[in-house]
Design a protein. Structure first.
Length: 627
């Protein structure tokens, strides 16, 4: 009953709106001049600068010379007709059948889920009315469509539409799209390429191959099936055209930092709008360091290509932050942006594994413990008969907390959690800006919680930054065409750990670095290094987070489906080498960590915690707050 009543009122409202619209139309009938469309100017591009003030990318309109409809291959025209309006040459600007169909569908769902726009209406929407979903806008759109159909031939309308329709990323017109995606004239487009272009139109920001090749291919195949059902192509052509890849040919300025470029585009478009972004001449000072980015891309690609020989579906992420500011200096969101635009730095949320253990030790330090204190590594049965095991399946007996952290012992952090209470661990994790969720179980001590690589980098960055959490960012400022600043970054920082606690943690993580260096001395970098490996259950993800005096970098490896890697991929032997090769080219070995001067250096035996001499092979250097 409710739907019938809703249908009745919608029909009455629509008919009334149309009658009022027709009255308005006949009172204000005016001549539309489509030639004005050709006089639009491309404006000025927005320029992205690296941290040295050198351009590394730009956002600009891409408008090629208009092309006559008669010069277009038949399959190109039919691809757009099949996808957008296969009755274009039959109706008079409005598809009555389409309007009724969409009206019934929307009533059935009690919301707007389907439109019924003809190509003529889409042309009107591009140049004469807004995209807001209102009855008045729809009435104006329909009336102007009828007027255009009276003034111009179908061929003129279709030609204007194809030369001005939007394909995303500042690309207007079919010729510009063909040039941008494949470096070819629209005259040379294949059936598959034509279908891909037609498939973009419902949502350019979603279906453009520059943003997501997978969705672009899915849309292409849908359009090919539409062409088949309309009788425009044969089954053989449909099948053959459905098999090929996108085959993008990217501009050189799109080659560097594509994942970061897309993050910047999204933020700027949301802030300033698409028109200003592509024509407003913005100058955007980004945080990118070109040398670090190029080195990251080279290193990451080389390692992943090697690892894919044994684990074909492996992918991952790398992100590098400036320690003092948390500015993003390099960002790799995946192996191949052309294949997958899924940004694993920000979107891949994975279990942390042993990378979470420093949070447990931070709480222990805040509760008065020190890394020279000892605990017993022994068999343990926790709540619910859960019995954690060390990776070696062995137990060492009495060890210092520093030694337990350096070897990523599993028993000691669980004991600490049970002693201090899981509530304190969760409270500290939230204070350190980890997202959770945090399950109140002993397994939390071993990293049964999730975060993204960027969140992991922000966590480890605060250990080197005197306990101050600073939110990572990638835009310093934005100036408008007149040189005035329209946007300026103001850091969001918060003291989340005391400098003393963060210094003690940093020194303990430095011992982790020393232990790893002893395992691979030939490839270790010069200078101070603190870090932590992390491997999750079932070999799903492996991490390495490393801190130097200048940068914090995180490497994460795994499969996008989060399934176990079929071959053993280890943090120390696979994630760490990527980190080492990358940081070895960007670090200044003359710089050293700076610790809280209120702490004193002590040398103790890694097992007993008793004072030790330098000659003791089991001695380690720690920082202590105890007098």
């Amino acid at each position: 009953m409710m739907r019938i009543r809703t249908l009745f009122f919608l029909v009455i409202f629509s008919v009334t709106g149309l009658l009022c619209g027709f009255a308005f139309f006949f009172m204000t009938n005016r001549w539309l001049d489509l030639s004005a469309l050709e006089q639009s100017t491309p404006g000025r591009p927005s320029i992205l600068l690296d941290d040295e003030g050198v351009e590394w990318a730009r956002f600009q309109l891409d408008k090629r010379e208009p092309i006559a409809l008669s010069e277009l291959p038949d399959h190109v025209v039919k691809a757009f007709l099949a996808a957008e309006d296969h009755q274009f040459f039959v109706h008079h600007g409005i598809s009555v059948r389409g309007v009724l169909r969409s009206l019934i569908t929307n009533i059935r769902h009690l919301r707007y889920v389907q439109g019924a726009s003809t190509i003529t209406q889409q042309l009107v929407r591009v140049f004469f009315v807004s995209n807001e979903r209102t009855i008045w806008r729809k009435v104006r759109e329909q009336l102007l469509s009828i007027l255009i159909e009276q003034q111009f031939s179908k061929e003129q309308i279709l030609e204007a539409y194809l030369n001005h329709v939007y394909f995303g990323a500042g690309i207007y017109g079919i010729q510009a799209a063909a040039q941008r995606f494949w470096k070819v004239s629209v005259r040379n487009l294949t059936v598959g390429q034509a279908a891909l272009l037609a498939g973009i139109l419902p949502s350019p920001q979603r279906y453009s191959p520059l943003y997501c090749e997978r969705l672009a291919l899915e849309r292409r195949n849908i359009v090919l099936k539409c062409m088949l059902s309309c009788g425009f192509i044969s089954q053989k052509v449909c099948d053959e055209s459905s098999k090929g890849p996108v085959g993008l040919k990217r501009d050189s300025k799109e080659a560097i930092a594509p994942y970061l470029r897309e993050m910047i585009r999204r933020q700027l478009e949301e802030k300033f709008g698409r028109n200003t972004l592509y024509t407003g001449g913005l100058i955007v000072q980004t945080t990118l360091n070109r040398k670090a980015q190029l080195e990251a891309e080279h290193t990451f690609k080389r390692h992943i290509e090697r690892l894919r020989s044994v684990e074909p579906k492996l992918d991952g992420a790398l992100v590098c932050l400036d320690n003092g500011t948390a500015a993003i200096k390099a960002l790799i969101g995946g192996y191949d942006y052309g294949v997958s635009q899924f940004n694993r730095v920000t979107q891949a949320v994975r279990q942390m594994g042993s990378m979470f253990k420093p949070v447990v030790y931070a709480v222990a330090l805040e509760q008065g413990k020190e890394f020279s204190d000892t605990a017993v590594d022994e068999p343990l049965v926790a709540i619910g008969n859960w019995a954690p095991q060390n990776v070696t399946r062995e137990f060492e007996g009495t060890v210092t907390l520093a030694h337990a952290l350096s070897l990523s012992n599993n028993i000691i952090p669980v004991k600490l959690l049970l002693e201090m209470g899981v509530e304190k661990i969760i409270a500290c994790a939230r204070r350190l800006q980890l997202p959770g969720p945090f399950m109140p179980y002993p397994s939390l001590a071993l990293g049964c919680t999730e975060c993204s690589p960027l969140q992991a980098a922000a966590l480890f960055n605060l250990f080197a930054n005197r306990g101050v959490y600073t939110e990572p960012y990638f835009i310093e400022w934005v100036k408008n065409e007149g040189g005035q600043k329209e946007l300026k970054h103001y850091p969001r920082s918060e003291q989340v750990l005391s400098w003393a606690v963060s210094s003690e943690l940093l020194q303990a993580l430095r011992i982790v670095g020393d232990h790893l260096r002893d395992r691979m001395p030939d490839r270790w970098i010069q200078g101070d290094v603190a870090g932590k490996t992390g491997t999750t259950n079932d070999n799903r993800t492996c991490w390495f987070a490393g801190v130097t005096p200048t940068h914090t970098s995180v490497v994460c490896l795994g499969r996008d489906d989060n399934k176990s890697m079929e071959h053993k991929i280890f943090s120390m032997w696979h994630a760490l080498p990527i980190w080492l090769d990358f940081n070895g080219h960007i670090e200044d070995p003359s710089k050293a960590f700076y610790f809280d001067p209120q702490l004193k250096r002590i040398r103790v035996n890694r097992y007993s915690g008793c004072p030790a001499s330098e000659s003791d092979v089991n001695s380690i250097t720690l920082l202590s707050a105890r007098v």
